[in-house]
Design a protein around this ligand. Structure first.
Ligand code: UT7
Length: 325
């Protein structure tokens, strides 16, 4: 049976030039390089310069993904931009990106699922491509969390960074088997009973302000590993595969301890885990495509590999996507 698949054509990413390491916090907050590394694995994060925004970083990542795919902006007829930090309340940052890329056909929209934004966006684009509504999609995660952090709150401001990552998905015909290239399965979940554990304390309809990020870190941590492993086990059982059948595990990069504990619980070998949290911190929706682009460009992720993406974050939202590269 022939089925439509969404195949990855290329990846790209962008990080602001300004790096901030753990020691840079030591003079301004009661914290230490040792505490941050031990509790999170983070050593560095990148911080957007004045004038650098979610849209400008998305554009840089998108152009690199298009180059890698050997495509022009005009070849794209769908943009799904995952972000919790848009340039404006409206219109969507995705349409501003569309304008910067010179695309005037097709359609573009933002998707808001915080740290799970990228797995939600890949799943959404996959469904549009499978439905025939679009043929080639730019799927992007871009975030400027530095602008919604409370820089006096040591329990949150040391954790996050800015950046963007993108991939190009294109329709292709597959056999409907595990051997097909493209998105093989997705599982998305949310549970709003946890919405106050990780949120921003402002918004257009509540306070009329942008607000700052607030998190009960320990509470998020408590749920993370169970939620992540549940959706991956569901994905594995739907495909009839196990941890030994996958080549790469590319998780949301929030905390090294969460990544390691999830891989261990799932039985995924440590050498299959792509970890970039040490260099980027938590870049929310941008973290998975940033990690993916790193592993594609350094030659780890190759055509034909089975790659598992997963994320968990504010909402709570969580999900997993399995892709054959
Ligand atoms: O991407 C969305 C998903 N988000 C996450 O996955 C984040 C999940 N949570 C975490 O990663 C961890 O919970 C944190 C890294 C945020 C915190 O690690 P923890 O091991 O859960 O520490 P804790 O919150 O239990 O805090 C331990 C202690 C506290 O002091 P007391 O109450 O024990 O005296 C904190 O006040 O560490 C203190 N603390 C700090 N100390 C030095 C909190 N932040 C800092 C800091 N430097 N930056």
């Amino acid at each position: 049976m022939s089925v439509t698949r969404s195949v990855v054509r290329g990846t790209g990413s962008y990080l602001p030039a300004r790096k901030m390491n753990n020691r840079d916090f030591e003079g301004i907050l009661e914290t230490s390089d040792e505490w941050i590394q031990q509790r999170t694995g983070i050593r560095n994060r990148h911080i957007a310069a004045e004038g650098e925004t979610t849209v400008s970083m998305a554009e840089a990542a998108a152009r690199r993904a298009l180059d890698a795919a050997g495509l022009q902006p005009g070849d794209i007829d769908l943009i799904v931009l995952a972000t919790a930090t848009p340039d404006n309340t409206f219109p969507a940052s995705a349409v501003q990106l569309q304008q910067r890329l010179g695309i005037t056909h097709g359609f573009a929209f933002d998707l808001q699922a915080v740290c799970s934004g990228f797995v939600y966006a890949v799943t959404t684009a996959d469904l549009y491509l499978k439905s025939g509504m679009a043929r080639r999609a730019l799927v992007i995660g871009s975030e400027t969390f530095s602008r919604i952090l409370d820089w006096e709150d040591r329990s949150t401001c040391v954790l996050f960074g800015d950046g963007a990552g993108a991939l190009v998905l294109e329709v292709a015909e597959g056999e409907g088997t595990l051997a097909d290239r493209g998105v093989l399965v997705s599982h998305l979940r949310s549970d709003g009973t946890h919405h106050e554990k990780l949120y921003v304390d402002g918004g257009p309809s509540s306070t009329g302000t942008v607000g700052k990020l607030r998190m009960e870190g320990r509470e998020v941590f408590k749920h993370a590993v169970g939620m992540i492993t549940d959706v991956i086990e569901d994905s594995f059982s739907e495909l009839g595969i196990g941890p030994n059948d996958i080549d790469w595990f590319v998780p949301h990069q929030a905390n090294r301890r969460i990544i390691d504990a999830s891989a261990k619980k799932l039985g995924i070998a440590p050498e299959k885990v792509v970890t970039t949290v040490q260099d980027h911190g938590n870049t929310s929706a941008a973290s998975i495509p940033l990690a993916l682009d790193t592993a594609v460009r350094d030659g780890r992720v190759k055509r034909g590999d089975v790659v598992v993406l997963e994320a968990m974050g504010g909402g709570f939202t969580w999900g997993a996507v399995v892709v054959r590269w």
